[in-house]
Design a protein around this ligand. Structure first.
Ligand SMILES: *Cc1c(COP(=O)(O)O)cnc(C)c1O
Length: 381
């Protein structure tokens, strides 16, 4: 554990201090990057602070995990080399013949992992519209071990009531895991709402600069189930590099301030788009017209930097808007300081269920007037 554990209820303070301490060897205020794969043992065979081999434990990773656990209000965390490795670890930890329930509107990679990789390994699953509690209730069965929640969802920004789903899961003897990548811990605290596990693609807002790949699982309890996730992490070996852990710790320091600016910019852009005649629908939970607005207001402290729109017309019209942007970059992914736009159905390929006229937009930290001006000329071009 860190020698100066940060005790604060404020994310701004935790983001800067949790999991960190000046380097005990040199006093360096910024931590060194521990690239060594192996650690010397004492003459009696004991290890220093549990460090033996870097796949099992590394100082940069331990510090990142302490920080992530503090930000989500969890007891413990495991960091991975990608968001998908973190998703896979949760499902692999369930064991054989488990049944899971997941939402139809879910990160494309998560859906594919369940259908194409874990399904053939006999993980049983039901896909439901998770905004309908009755649909979730009807899908529960004695083998249900986990309900997977993603809210706001991808790419339609549907809002799921985390407290209600967690209660359904617990009544059925199952766990509730929440992919909290889009809101980040600054916008939503699933563990406080009753969830058992939080998953992040740290590639996105936690990394914040589109220059690293990573994932994490944060658990409310350091229980036997989390120990299985830890086993998948250290034996499966999909661990992040010390450099990526270090980069993440650097980025997390500014996370609360970045998230506020992402959300404020997204709100301005969403309001502009909602009033534009070339736009048929804006999916952003801060808008009063959004079907999940009331739940979002209850469970989110910030509405986040992601939105999607359906333009009037079809794929051709949507692609034409994306082709005309100048300040936005046409690229997938999200959470960086630069704004991105993508025609999601093209990115997801032939098996997509995304509406063909949908553009997914990641609002960055440029001035909102410039973002609005660029979208206006692209819509009116
Ligand atoms: C990006 C993303 C993932 C997957 O993360 P990778 O780091 O790309 O593996 C999972 N869930 C959501 C919501 C994401 O945006």
């Amino acid at each position: 554990m860190s020698r100066h554990p940060a005790h604060s209820e404020h994310l701004e303070t935790l983001a800067i201090h949790a999991g960190r301490q000046p380097d005990p060897a040199t006093g360096a205020v910024m931590p060194p990057i521990h690239l060594s794969t192996t650690f010397e043992r004492a003459a009696d065979g004991s290890s220093i602070d549990g460090y033996v081999y870097t796949r099992t434990e590394n100082p940069n990773r331990r510090s990142l995990e302490e920080c992530l656990a503090a930000l989500e209000g969890g007891a413990t965390a495991a960091a991975f080399g990608s968001g998908m490795a973190a998703v896979a670890a949760i499902f692999q930890a369930l064991g054989a013949h488990a049944h899971v329930i997941f939402p139809e509107d879910v990160y494309f990679g998560t859906g594919r992992l369940l259908r194409e990789v874990l399904g053939p390994w006999e993980l049983d699953y039901s896909v439901v519209d998770m905004t309908e509690l009755d649909a979730v209730r009807a899908a529960l069965c004695p083998q249900t071990r986990l309900i997977w929640v993603e809210t706001p969802s991808n790419p339609l920004l549907k809002i799921t009531d985390i407290a209600a789903i967690a209660a359904l899961a617990h009544a059925a003897g199952a766990r509730c895991a929440v992919d909290n990548t889009w809101p980040s811990p600054v916008g939503q605290q699933p563990l406080a709402l009753g969830a058992d596990l939080v998953m992040h693609a740290t590639t996105k807002y936690l990394g914040g600069h589109s220059d690293l790949l990573g994932g994490a699982v944060i658990a409310k309890e350091a229980d036997a189930f989390f120990e299985r996730i830890r086993l998948v992490q250290t034996l499966g070996g999909a661990v992040p590099s010390p450099f990526d852990c270090w980069l993440l710790m650097r980025s997390i320091r500014t996370l609360p301030y970045r998230m506020r600016a992402h959300a404020a910019n997204a709100q301005r852009v969403a309001e502009f788009l909602a009033g534009h005649p070339a736009v048929a629908v804006v999916h952003y939970p801060a808008l009063a017209a959004h079907p999940g607005h009331a739940i979002a207001r209850r469970q989110m402290t910030l509405f986040g930097g992601m939105l999607s729109i359906q333009v009037r017309g079809g794929a051709t019209e949507a692609l034409a808007v994306a082709a005309r942007v100048k300040l936005f970059t046409r690229a997938t992914s999200l959470g960086g300081v630069e704004s991105l736009i993508e025609h999601r159905a093209s990115v997801e390929g032939p098996h997509t269920t995304t509406p063909p006229n949908l553009l997914r937009i990641s609002i960055g930290l440029e001035h909102p007037d410039d973002l609005i001006a660029d979208l206006r000329q692209a819509l009116e071009g």
